[in-house]
Design a protein around this ligand. Structure first.
Ligand SMILES: [Zn+2]
Ligand SMILES: [Zn+2]
Length: 426
């Protein structure tokens, strides 16, 4: 008995050293041999009986294996949140090989799902996120009790009665007369709150030619209040107290110089403004974004931006890479930190953080995303509720941050290429 036990430990040590890599490969192309081996083993293993008959999740791992470590907070969270409804057990197969032996696992971490009678229903190898674990229980038809349903708002509390020409087509903010920007199409004209929203809109058009597009743009002359062609205008490019750019347009350069004396900034031509505005892009959807408005996204050693909270999750899907996100609470601006592992949430700070999925009903009656400007993450549900109270015309629903990530992870490369593009974002 002693010798085989030793062999198992050595094998585990060797495989665990490369667990993260090997498991990723397994996901892409499931190894049929290991699948059938696991299926064979599943018939012999059974959960030790417990006094109260409830479903059980056993995670077999080790405290020094990287994906196992990522499992630890998830198991802790499940243990607390589903106490009395789900038994959650962790077995360290390095420290306690005898306890793990009966389950005949080949890789760590392995999670085994047992029904209330101790019958094995399913096993999973590798990191398994909370949402996926809960989804699996649901799929297996086992009720472990569900989290309380979140906020749903299908009808506006108060309809948005603002006249269309006073609402920015991109960001939905009120249009200030002094910065109003108009894009004239063949049949329609779009009103925007300022040049920045023009560049957001421009960067959302697939294959757009800058010269063709900007010939349609008029901006408001700060001095006279008249609409003037954007490309021949001088811009006073300043900065607000948050470091966010401010843009004032002047038909007459002298008027711009005069304004510059009381409100400092640089006087720039349209071409310079364009290169500044298009310099920072969303790492998911390529939209122009100001870093002050964006989520910070770190992938590898690179720091990038997500133009909205949901786009920041999409970076993991687009790059097929683990990411670290620093989002700001939509209400208070406080920090929310998220780390992903294999396309799932590995850590969330604070654990109470939640997401709002802004949606609107399309012409066909189907609910679709209301766009990047209607999304947000919040420290907790109370903050989300306050934010919604201030936005009575907003519709959508509360989702978990894990769901926001999962929604992006299931997108195909073609869908990602169309993400947030005007007229193509579904
Ligand atoms: Zn706008
Ligand atoms: Zn984006």
């Amino acid at each position: 008995m002693r010798t085989p036990a030793k062999i198992i430990i050595v094998l585990l040590v060797v495989s665990a050293a490369v667990a993260a890599v090997a498991l990723k490969k397994n996901k892409a192309t499931p190894n049929s041999e290991s699948v059938s081996a696991a299926a064979g083993a599943s018939q012999s293993a059974s959960a030790p009986s417990t006094s109260v008959k409830i479903p059980k999740l056993i995670d077999l791992g080790a405290d020094k294996c990287i994906p196992c470590k990522a499992m630890a907070p998830i198991l802790e969270n499940l243990k607390k949140e589903y106490a009395g409804k789900l038994n959650v057990e962790f077995i360290d197969v390095w420290k306690n090989p005898a306890a793990g032996e009966q389950y005949k696992i080949e890789m760590i971490p392995t999670q085994i799902f047992f029904d209330a009678n101790g019958k094995e229903l399913f096993r999973h190898v590798g990191f398994f996120g909370k949402e996926d674990i809960l989804g699996k229980w649901k799929e297996l038809g086992v009720d472990v009790g569900s989290e309380k349903p979140g906020i749903v708002r299908e009808e506006p509390v108060k309809a948005d009665t603002r006249p269309r020409d006073q609402v920015c087509f991109m960001c939905d903010q009120d249009v200030q007369q002094k910065t109003k920007t108009v894009v004239k199409g063949q049949n329609e004209q779009r009103v925007l709150c300022g040049p920045h929203c023009y560049f957001v809109s421009f960067s959302s058009i697939v294959g757009a030619d800058p010269k063709t597009e900007e010939a349609k743009v008029s901006v408001t002359d700060w001095a006279s209040g008249n609409l003037v062609p954007a490309t021949t205008t001088t811009f006073l490019y300043g900065m607000d107290t948050k470091g966010r750019p401010t843009i004032k347009a002047f038909a007459d350069k002298e008027a711009a110089t005069k304004e510059q004396q009381s409100n400092p900034g640089s006087l720039v031509a349209w071409d310079v403004l364009r290169s500044k505005e298009l310099a920072t892009r969303c790492a998911f959807c390529d939209r122009a974004v100001y870093p002050e408005d964006a989520c910070g996204v770190k992938f590898g050693t690179t720091h990038g931006h997500g133009c909205c909270t949901h786009c920041s999750m999409g970076v993991a899907a687009r790059l097929k890479q683990d990411i670290e996100v620093e989002a700001k609470d939509g209400l208070t601006g406080e920090s929310i930190r998220i780390k992903t592992l294999d396309g799932q949430i590995a850590s969330l700070e604070p654990a109470t953080a939640t997401a709002w999925f802004g949606q609107k009903k399309g012409p066909d009656g189907k609910w679709v995303s209301a766009g990047c400007f209607k999304q947000g993450f919040f420290l907790n549900e109370a903050n989300l509720q306050k934010w919604l109270d201030a936005r009575p015309s907003m519709t959508g629903r509360q989702i978990t941050i894990a769901q926001a990530l999962a929604d992006k992870m299931k997108l195909t490369p073609e869908q990602i290429a169309k993400a947030c593009k005007l007229g193509e974002c579904k």
